[in-house]
Ligand binder design. Structure first.
Ligand SMILES: Nc1ncnc2c1ncn2[C@@H]1O[C@H](COP(=O)(O)OP(=O)(O)OP(=O)(O)O)[C@@H](O)[C@H]1O
Length: 487
């Protein structure tokens, strides 16, 4: 079988030769072109597993080739070589459809890693099981979902940063996981970080890691999120909540593709694809000065917007079936007459996550697994209401990082509740608690339980009452051993 063939387009003979030798040593076949014209001619004659082009060529721009290859040779990834410090060029190329970029001076390890990723894309044997056409985690057959899945399949082929927008519970994290699963990075970690959940003082250590002895309590060397996601995908959830000082450091890490552990003298290379998500309007955050424009520009290379559930209600039957099968096993639960219509007329401000919660609670009330309209306990937020208020913004520092598989994110809480610790008993009027953390946990537990009881254990509504996100509530419930009542 012949080796994959790479086209190198560069007018600098020295660099071209270096690239050629490196690629040949990787066992690849290489063709070279010094101009846009020569490159076009070769592209017309042969199929390439990767095109690698300089941005400035004597008779035009590498960007023209990016656009042409993206339009006419869809299965061929094209990467650009950008001049040192010209991050803007990289962003423009990625937006135009480039698969990835390497900066000059070219670091050969980076180049090899990039080439290997590109080759996985054109090698059918290396395609992950969830490749386009396979099963998708994103359920729904509406035109909006079909378009979303097609867009995800396209985006999975590139290394460009993606910014996912959408209301809370609309599936942003699920979409990010799907992109990762369909990409050449599928075999490497997917790390989701809730930026709003990390105390500011710990952020640098959490993102970049630290060396032993870097600060009091640093008893061992530790990797940060970037190193943990190396080779894979790092999802920055609630990215608008990053403090400005951290935004600067993050921008640098993303641009340089290098991080320095706290206490280390040298930087280390990291290869992560960044996917960011927020339900805030990031452009507005830039306008009001709470988000840096340069980081916004860097993260927002490609935008992916998730439609709210109320705009794709045709997906309800499929979603309901899938959720009920997960909650009660196949055929274990079904909807009684009129239930689907009732769901259709509800606006779901908490989107699919709210649907999951509504069904989970309804199932607890249902007889013989048949959910009736009365079991739904839908309150307010009807379709057509003037303002459907999406879920509130994350506030408290919880659940900073998730590397779990999506199946583990089902929202189910663990069995068996533990009694509150004795040290958590409230002190008398002027006595101090003997254990402050336990005491505060107990207070928090009481408040959360009150909110849950008020809402018949509807987590979406309880979170809304408490001004926290559902994910935060779920995390606190697990941490504090709070469980939904047995049916
Ligand atoms: N299209 C879908 N098909 C199946 N399940 C979905 C879909 N969209 C969302 N979900 C489910 O809804 C829940 C919420 O999804 P996810 O966590 O991805 O939302 P999110 O937009 O990231 O929420 P948040 O803004 O609160 O972080 C998850 O349990 C997820 O599996």
């Amino acid at each position: 079988m012949s080796s994959p063939r790479i086209l190198v387009v560069d007018d600098e003979p020295d660099l071209r030769e270096l690239l050629e030798i490196t690629l040949l040593k990787m066992g690849l076949d290489v063709d070279s072109a010094a101009t846009v014209r020569e490159a076009r001619a070769l592209l017309g004659q042969k199929a390439y597993a990767l095109v690698l082009t300089d941005m400035r060529l004597p008779d035009g721009l590498g960007l023209e080739l990016v656009r042409e290859v993206a339009a006419n040779h869809k299965s061929t990834p094209i990467a650009v070589i950008t001049a040192y410090g010209s991050a803007e060029n990289a962003v423009v190329a990625l937006k135009a459809g480039a698969f990835d970029y390497v900066s000059k001076p070219v670091v050969l390890d980076d180049l090899r890693a990039m080439v290997r990723s590109a080759l996985k894309l054109s090698d059918p044997a290396a395609q992950p099981a969830d490749a386009p056409g396979g099963t998708s985690r994103l359920i729904g057959a509406s035109p909006a979902m079909q378009a979303l899945r097609a867009q995800i399949a396209r985006l999975a082929r590139s290394q460009a940063p993606i910014a996912i927008n959408g209301e809370s519970g609309s599936g942003k994290e699920l979409a990010a996981r799907e992109i990762h699963a369909q990409s050449a990075r599928a075999g490497k970690p997917f790390v989701a970080v809730n930026c709003g959940a990390i105390p500011e003082a710990l952020m640098e250590a959490e993102f970049f890691g630290y060396r032993k002895g870097a600060f009091t309590g640093a008893n061992d060397e530790r990797d940060g999120f970037f190193q943990a996601a190396n080779g894979g995908t790092l999802m920055l959830d609630e990215v608008a909540d990053l403090p400005l000082a951290m935004q600067v450091k993050l921008l640098r890490a993303i641009q340089e593709r290098r991080v320095r552990k706290i206490g280390a003298t040298a930087e280390e290379p990291v290869d992560v694809r960044i996917i960011s998500a927020t339900h805030k309007d990031l452009a507005k955050c830039v306008e009001n000065g709470s988000f840096r424009q340069d980081l916004f520009y860097r993260l927002n290379v490609i935008e992916l917007t998730l439609p709210p559930l109320r705009e794709r209600l045709d997906d309800l039957p499929l979603l309901v079936d899938a959720i009920l099968a997960r909650l009660a096993g196949p055929g274990g639960a079904r909807l009684g007459p009129g239930v689907l219509d009732a769901l259709r007329s509800y606006a779901f401000p908490g989107n699919v996550r709210e649907l999951e919660n509504v069904l989970e609670r309804a199932l607890a009330f249902a007889d013989d697994g048949v959910i009736e309209t009365g079991d739904l306990l839908l309150k307010g937020a009807k379709i057509g209401d003037a303002a459907v208020v999406p879920q509130p913004v994350a506030a408290a520092p919880v659940a900073p990082v998730r590397v779990a598989a999506p199946e583990e994110e089902s929202g189910a809480v663990p069995e068996a509740a533990a009694p509150p610790p004795a040290s958590a008993q409230p002190p008398s009027a002027d006595a101090l608690p003997s254990n402050l953390p336990d005491y505060l946990s107990q207070v928090e537990r009481d408040i959360i339980l009150r909110a849950l009881n008020q809402t018949q254990f509807n987590r979406t509504q309880a979170a809304s009452l408490l001004g926290i996100s559902v994910r935060q509530l779920r995390y606190q419930m697990q941490k504090l051993d709070i469980h939904a009542p047995e049916p």
